[in-house]
Design a binder for this molecule. Structure first.
Ligand code: GTP
Length: 447
């Protein structure tokens, strides 16, 4: 249902502030900041199809009316109809209860208490998996869950720190406290419907380009996280007039509650620190597991999983695509003559030259040592040959560390009917072997 090739139909969650919302039909929240970034960093523009609820949004994604949604966790259920980018926004999930429940370090501390979870949220799939036996009560929305805790119908509610905290403030649910945290974090990604899964690597590249400063700016603009700790002094004033005995009693009560508040406030600080440490550790882990640390290109593991995601569609629709193996010639000599450190610099410089030559949607990765692999989806023979020649020329013109004159050998294979991922890569590898045997600094192709 795309209105033109570069316009995507976007469905959002109309009621999940500060992540996103539709206010008078206008998209707002953290997701709207990221939408502006994606409009700049990709060739796509977005047409927002208004929906009434998150359920309506998921129904329209399943029906294929929308092409994507911007901020959601992946889950086994959602993988059935969506393909996900890398996560780009991380946030903790917290436990909310009335004041009189002690601080809860994770879901296991809940015991027999009832726990409210919103219908359709991924937490509903994952909490029973990680914490079997918890007394879960399904609620229709975050607001309904928090109000149920305020009214004593539910003991605890679990949800995102940012959205629950905003709702507690907006609805003035002053008896509620953010009173613990759970180890299941939100890792929010873009979800594309299956017919649009080819866009995943393009948006992954855009996500890679978002700077830490841009992430932080968005987080600070919208999160405004102030864990609520207000004390109601009205009763105190009233009883003060009543007599010194009552004053003494109240003073005693006040001292006790102040102590509780201090403990709570320390816990909230701890929670904030844990949250920050978790967020950056997770980001780092994601990055390290998908990238090569020397060249900062994707690694073999990421390449294989991205290829797997695209392969079914390329095969099914018989889309012309090419795999290219690129190997630096006589690299051992460079190490031997100039040292390993110089060798490392040359590898990094080459990765820069390779990255600059890519089109949006191409995926390049370090295959191992001085060998690199490139997937050119939707490229015919002429286009891929011209890419290979352009790359060889760029390497020839690059002034590498220590004035090294580098050349490369390239083996290419066009995807053909009946190919498996392995047979396709193996032909590119054989073509590279031939290029090496025929004197290097050349391109060989196996159909
Ligand atoms: N500096 C550096 N060298 C590496 C790295 N990984 C692999 N190498 C070196 O790359 C060299 C590859 O040598 P060979 O497989 O003989 O290939 P070659 O010398 O490039 O020769 P041809 O590929 O046949 O042209 C070895 O000396 C490895 O030690 C790395 O991360 N840094």
């Amino acid at each position: 249902q795309q209105s033109d090739a570069n316009t995507l139909n976007l469905c959002v969650d109309p009621d999940w502030m500060p992540f996103e919302g539709l206010i008078d039909g206008k998209h707002t929240g953290i997701a709207s900041d990221y939408l502006s970034l994606f409009s700049e960093l990709t060739p796509y523009s977005f047409n927002i199809l208004p929906t009434k609820s998150w359920k309506d949004t998921t129904d329209r994604l399943k029906a294929g009316d929308c092409d994507l949604t911007l901020m959601l966790n992946s889950s086994a259920e959602r993988e059935k109809y969506l393909s996900f980018t890398l996560p780009y926004f991380f946030g903790p999930n917290v436990l909310v209860s009335k004041n009189d429940i002690p601080f809860m370090q994770d879901v296991s501390a809940i015991g027999d208490l009832s726990l409210g979870v919103v219908s359709g949220y991924r937490l509903l799939e994952e909490i029973p998996l990680y914490y079997p036996g918890v007394n879960i009560q399904v609620v229709p929305s975050e607001e309904a869950g928090l109000v149920a805790v305020e009214q004593g119908v539910l003991d605890v509610y679990v949800g995102s720190l940012y959205s629950t905290n905003l709702l507690i403030q907006q609805l003035e649910l002053t008896s509620l406290r953010i009173n613990g945290w759970i180890s299941i974090q939100d890792k929010l990604r873009i979800g594309f419907t299956k017919p649009n899964e080819a866009l995943v690597p393009i948006f992954n590249q855009a996500i890679d380009k978002i700077t830490t400063a841009q992430h932080n700016e968005t987080l600070y603009r919208w999160s405004n996280v102030q864990v609520i700790k207000e004390t109601d002094y009205t009763l105190l004033y009233y009883f003060l007039a009543g007599g010194s005995l009552i004053i003494l009693m109240l003073l005693w009560r006040y001292v006790v509650s102040a102590k509780v508040m201090t403990v709570l406030s320390n816990k909230n600080e701890e929670l904030e620190q844990v949250k920050q440490a978790l967020t950056s550790a997770n980001k780092n882990l994601e990055y390290v597991s998908f990238h090569d640390d020397l060249t900062a290109l994707y690694n073999r593991h990421y390449f294989m999983s991205a290829l797997k995601t695209q392969f079914a569609r390329l095969s099914r629709e018989q889309i012309n695509s090419v795999i290219m193996m690129v190997d630096l010639d006589f690299f051992k000599k460079i190490n031997d003559q100039h040292g390993h450190m110089t060798g490392d610099k040359v590898l990094k410089e080459f990765a820069g030259v390779l990255t600059a030559a890519l089109r949006a949607g191409d995926i390049a990765a370090r295959w191992g040592g001085e060998e690199f692999i490139v997937l050119l989806p939707e490229a015919n023979k002429t286009q891929s040959l011209s890419f290979a020649k352009r790359l060889m020329k760029a390497v020839e013109q690059q002034s590498f560390e220590a004035d090294i004159q580098l050349t490369i050998s390239i083996g290419m294979s066009q995807h053909k009917i009946g190919d498996s991922i392995e047979s396709w890569i193996e032909r590119a590898d054989t073509a590279l072997y031939q290029a090496k045997n025929e004197g290097r600094n050349c391109i060989k192709e196996l159909a």
